[in-house]
Design a protein around this ligand. Sequence first.
Ligand SMILES: Nc1ncnc2c1ncn2[C@@H]1O[C@H](COP(=O)(O)OP(=O)(O)O)[C@@H](O)[C@H]1O
Ligand SMILES: [Mg+2]
Length: 261
Amino acid sequence: MGKITNALQKAAEDRLNRMDKIAKIKETKQLIVRKEGTSNIDPRIVTYYDTKALISEQYKILRTNLMSLGTKKQLKTIVVTSSIHSEGKTVSSLNLAISLAQAVNNPKVLVVDCDLRRGRMAKYLGIKNEIGFSEYLKGEAELSDIIFKIDIENLNIISSGKIPENPSELLSSKAMTDFLADVKSQFDFVIIDTPPIISVTDSGIIGAQSDGVLMVIQAGRTQRGIVRRAEELLEQAQANVLGHILTNIQYHLPEYIYRYL
Ligand SMILES: Nc1ncnc2c1ncn2[C@@H]1O[C@H](COP(=O)(O)OP(=O)(O)O)[C@@H](O)[C@H]1O
Ligand SMILES: [Mg+2]
């Protein structure tokens, strides 16, 4: 993890501690700040804890860009992928989904963990992953059984579920196509977290059936050639690459300069 991430994580943890204290004080007065005073949500999901943090502002910019792109062409189902593992797909998917759910017009947002092999979304949210998307695709669960809520209005979450034997087959099945059509009519935005494109074909398959793809690139780690190869694979799959999310960027100014209080 880069220096900036460590710093951001530390700042988020401090904020979390402060929030816990506030929650405790308020609880004694029978007021609820957050549904869970001691939240299990990972501090890296900064948009949940602090809407004014530098990183939250960056996700707001991404949200604005997506919303303005969406006025020209329908942009409801958005795949988040990357070339290789651990570039920040899941953290970015969750932060983007939360940021969208916090927009003034209250869009209905769904975030889905389609990384059926190494799904980490439930872990970041501190929730159980016993039932989720793989159970739905296998026909063992209904949509209403797998949608999870946290205390952010308009935000709906689907975790990956148990690791299935045949993830690629499930993700290219009719159940997946039907799912995408179904959620498109029910939600304003569907953010789809996927595995890295270089290792498996899943993101290409889903990307081709979605309105757009966002590629996460970890600055200073992922080599240019690998990113180019990943883009080629997405192009071959006929996916519509909307743009990139750069993670691990070193900022040269301290965080407070970026804050709009
Ligand atoms: N914007 C960011 N800047 C720096 N590091 C990040 C950022 N987003 C995520 N990370 C870090 O990258 C690591 C992997 O994140 P994760 O979202 O689980 O990756 P992936 O889903 O691509 O495998 C985590 O330790 C996380 O803290
Ligand atoms: Mg992930």
